[in-house]
Design a protein around this ligand. Structure first.
Ligand SMILES: Cc1cc2nc3c(=O)[nH]c(=O)nc-3n(C[C@H](O)[C@H](O)[C@H](O)COP(=O)(O)OP(=O)(O)OC[C@H]3O[C@@H](n4cnc5c(N)ncnc54)[C@H](O)[C@@H]3O)c2cc1C
Length: 419
């Protein structure tokens, strides 16, 4: 399997009308029992299954997905990858995750179109410049890269911005060269193929409808394809976390909110980096096909609908016009929404639960794409060893009960929809 995408293979298939390719993963029926069940076939669930097999040799594993692999947030995000966090815990975790991104294509033998085009966070006041400098120092102290740019430095990189906007002139930016983008669904497919080839069963159209618990210990799950027994069960269902955890009698501190994104028609190259506006939640990059990909804030009310509302679309487009007025000439082709698992401090949870053998991975808010490899690696470590993996040790569930160890990265307090 490892050599499947070799140059020689591509050449040979090109000469034989591409008739030799086979399905990238099997379509097995569920077995009666497994060592580990992963609920949720998104990026985090698939990466967890891959690292369980790859790092720990645990292959009697099934990923149970209620729809199709990659149909959730992993296939709906704006694909930004970065390691520019400020707080202890997050800083080390995302740094580790970015290193895994950098080796991902080799590890999976799959083209995930990883493009380290750099992430540029703009600032528009002296106070924001101070914060950017502090954040840059944290990133550098962590061993990652950060460059503080003045206004001319930003202008040289992205001339199409409105530098002299009456309300929000651009003062400069914090540039993170190793950040960038990757193709989101290819990440899901790459991990799926890697897990399947190591013996993991990927079971689609298999909704978990109940969690079986005996004497405080998980024994398996009920699904739309029948009951399945297991020694250990991991819940990795992003926006559905509260619903699935409720099947085990747990009430999570997670709220589900919609986040929208937009893409325009294909244009000639005009933005080489990922750029974020500092005076509102707006960010933009250009896809390899030429479409401008952009997004903004949550819709601001809890919902399980994977589509957004028009007031937020208007808000995002206003920010776009403020930052880059030329965008007004582009036509939006598509918009869509995903359901975000918002935690009260904006940081994730990777932990055991009070039920023996039941583990939880959630709270990624709107930043869980870049976390996929780090989260899968850490969650696999926890499932395999019952000990937290170093950088993820602070992602404890009980911090919301005790108040100790909260990681309020945005400094916005305990309001889910502000993180
Ligand atoms: C518009 C948008 C833009 C974003 N932009 C970025 C970005 O630029 N950078 C970034 O880092 N992050 C971004 N994110 C966030 C990121 O996409 C998510 O945090 C991350 O994908 C969530 O993890 P996941 O991939 O495992 O989730 P999902 O892909 O949603 O996986 C969860 C899976 O669980 C399945 N499931 C749910 N309930 C059950 C059940 N009962 N039984 C079986 N299966 C079940 C679902 O069908 C789903 O496939 C964005 C999100 C959105 C919506």
């Amino acid at each position: 399997m490892a050599g499947e995408f070799s140059g020689w293979r591509l050449f040979r298939e090109g000469l034989t009308r591409n008739r030799g390719w086979t399905a990238h993963w099997r379509d097995p029926d569920p077995k009666d029992s497994y060592d580990v069940l992963i609920i949720g076939g998104g990026g985090h669930g698939l990466a967890t299954a891959f690292y369980l097999a790859q790092e720990h040799g645990i292959t009697n594993v099934a990923v149970l997905e209620k729809g199709y692999l990659g149909g959730g947030n992993i296939g709906r995000n704006t694909t930004i990858v970065r390691a520019n966090y400020n707080m202890p815990g997050n800083s080390e975790f995302y740094s580790h995750s970015l290193k895994l991104w950098e080796g991902m294509e080799q590890a999976l033998n799959f083209n995930t179109m990883m493009s380290q085009r750099g992430v540029l966070n703009l600032f528009h006041s002296d106070g924001q410049r101070d914060y950017a400098a502090r954040r840059g120092n944290t990133m550098a102290g962590q061993g990652d890269d950060a460059v503080l740019l003045d206004r001319d430095g930003v202008r040289a990189m992205v001339p199409a911005l409105d530098f002299d906007n009456g309300r929000f002139p651009i003062y400069g930016g914090l540039f993170h060269p190793r950040g960038g983008t990757a193709r989101h669904d290819a990440v899901a497919w790459g991990y799926a193929r890697g897990a399947d080839s190591r013996g993991v069963d990927l079971i689609q159209n298999c909704e978990v409808t109940g969690i079986d618990i005996e004497n405080g210990h998980v024994t398996g799950v009920q699904t739309s394809r029948g009951p399945i027994r297991a020694r250990k069960v991991g819940i990795v269902v992003a926006g559905r976390s509260s619903q699935v955890a409720a099947m085990a009698g747990m009430r999570l501190p997670i709220e589900s909110h919609v986040l929208q994104a937009f893409v325009t028609e294909g244009l000639k190259p005009c933005i080489d980096h990922v750029v974020t506006f500092g005076m509102g939640h707006f960010y933009i990059s250009q896809s390899d096909k030429g479409g401008l990909v952009f997004g903004g804030d949550l819709d601001f009310y809890a919902s399980y609908a994977a589509r957004g509302n028009l007031p937020m679309a208007e808000h995002v487009v206003e920010a776009a016009m403020t930052l880059m007025p030329a965008i007004g000439k582009a036509r939006v082709l598509r918009s869509w929404g995903g359901i975000m698992d918002m935690s009260p401090d904006g940081s994730p949870i990777i932990d055991k639960t009070p039920v023996e053998g039941l583990y939880l991975n959630c709270g990624w808010c709107y930043g869980g794409f870049k976390a996929v490899p780090g989260s899968g690696f850490s969650f696999a470590h926890l499932l395999a060893t019952d000990r937290p993996h170093g950088p993820a040790a602070r992602f404890r569930l009980d911090r919301f009960e005790t108040g100790r160890g909260l990681m309020d990265e945005e400094g916005t307090g305990a309001q889910h929809n502000l993180h």
